[in-house]
Design a protein around this ligand. Structure first.
Ligand SMILES: N[C@@H](CCC(=O)N[C@@H](CS)C(=O)NCC(=O)O)C(=O)O
Length: 331
């Protein structure tokens, strides 16, 4: 199909719906293909890794990894831009996009596989996409297999007995902070969606599709409305200046990014560099121990490169300093 991007993904994959929402906002013709046995061969032609989302451009190029997918597509189709014009907001938006992908994924993934009701709900939905048309006992058996496998994989995002209460508290606090911020604007940076909205929303929306996460999100009506709005985001106005955003966005940056995500990410990267099997770090929420996660070291390096590339940091640095983020980005 000429001029049409193809996106292989799944509703239950936060990174997939993030990319689909972006294509919807940009009004780029695209076909959403739920990855499954019928389209696996075509999907594999464009996928270096067995992950979703995968995007095939109309020219036949395969793209994976949601952040570079958005960045590459944005470079080709710059309007309407997802990057606020002022340099402070633009960097904070990129930082929150990364925070959503990396830390927000801990919220979502932990909560999805922590309690039987959520485990069953997610496993059934995954089984249904893997074997469309299957029902009854065969579907239930598949779902049981998926549940067992996934429950035993929560350690992968750092969820364990010690960290579980910290992850849940961080999610509850993050939702409260988002609720306050979204009380007076439709999107994180004002009247239109920014890079940050897509990253953070993919995770929060997916949590909302699970029974426990649904209750948590719906206890915050502004966040619930944003979850719906971001399914098909539309411009409702301009980006706001940083001065208008700061009163309610700085607390999110300080309480979640500066106090938890960046120190964790730095410790994770150091542990990988030292070839450690496990690391412990003191976060504002307590001691955090886990096996290092490879992908995150690369994304922290990218974040630091992005920070280093900001030409004039005179307005940005004091904001990052107030949020407790600066030292981690300069490292
Ligand atoms: N960093 C990647 C992460 C992609 C990812 O982890 N995708 C998950 C689903 S959310 C996946 O494909 N897992 C294996 C599978 O579903 O087969 C991105 O941003 O796209």
């Amino acid at each position: 199909m000429s001029g049409v991007h193809r996106i292989w993904g799944a509703e239950i994959s936060p990174y997939s719906i993030k990319v689909r929402s972006y294509f919807r906002y940009k009004d780029l013709p695209h076909e959403w293909i739920v990855r499954g046995p019928d389209n696996m061969a075509e999907y594999q032609k464009f996928s270096k890794l067995p992950l979703i989302p995968t995007v095939a451009t109309p020219e036949g190029e395969g793209m994976q990894d949601s952040t570079p997918i958005l960045e590459k597509t944005e470079a080709r189709f710059p309007e309407p831009s997802i990057h606020p014009g002022d340099p402070v907001s633009a960097f904070v938006s990129a930082l929150l996009e990364e925070f959503g992908d990396e830390w927000g994924n801990k919220w979502m993934f932990h909560l999805r596989w922590a309690r039987p009701a959520d485990q069953d709900s997610a496993a059934e939905r995954i089984a249904a996409t893997m074997a469309p048309g299957t029902s009854g006992d065969p579907l239930a058996e598949m779902a049981r297999g998926i549940k067992d496998r996934m429950v035993n994989r929560v350690w992968f995002v750092g969820s364990n007995e010690q960290t579980a209460p910290q992850i849940e508290q961080s999610f509850q606090d993050g939702l409260d902070l988002l609720e306050a911020h979204l009380a007076s604007r439709p999107y994180l940076f004002g009247g239109r969606p920014a890079f940050a909205d897509f990253g953070l929303w993919g995770q929060v929306y997916n949590a909302w599709t699970d029974p426990t996460g649904k209750g948590w999100v719906e206890a915050r009506p502004q966040v619930a409305a944003w979850c719906q709005r971001m399914l098909t985001p539309k411009s409702e106005g301009a980006f706001e200046p940083w001065s208008a955003l700061e009163p309610t966005l700085l607390p999110l940056l300080a309480g979640q990014v500066g106090a938890l995500f960046l120190p964790w990410s730095d410790a994770n990267a150091k542990a990988l560099a030292e070839g450690r099997e496990e690391f412990s770090v003191e976060l504002a929420s307590g001691t955090w121990t886990q096996k290092p996660q490879k992908y995150h070291a690369r994304s922290l390096a990218k974040l630091r490169e992005r920070y280093a590339a900001v030409p004039d940091k005179s307005e940005l640095d004091p904001v990052l300093e107030r949020a407790g983020c600066l030292a981690w980005l300069q490292a």
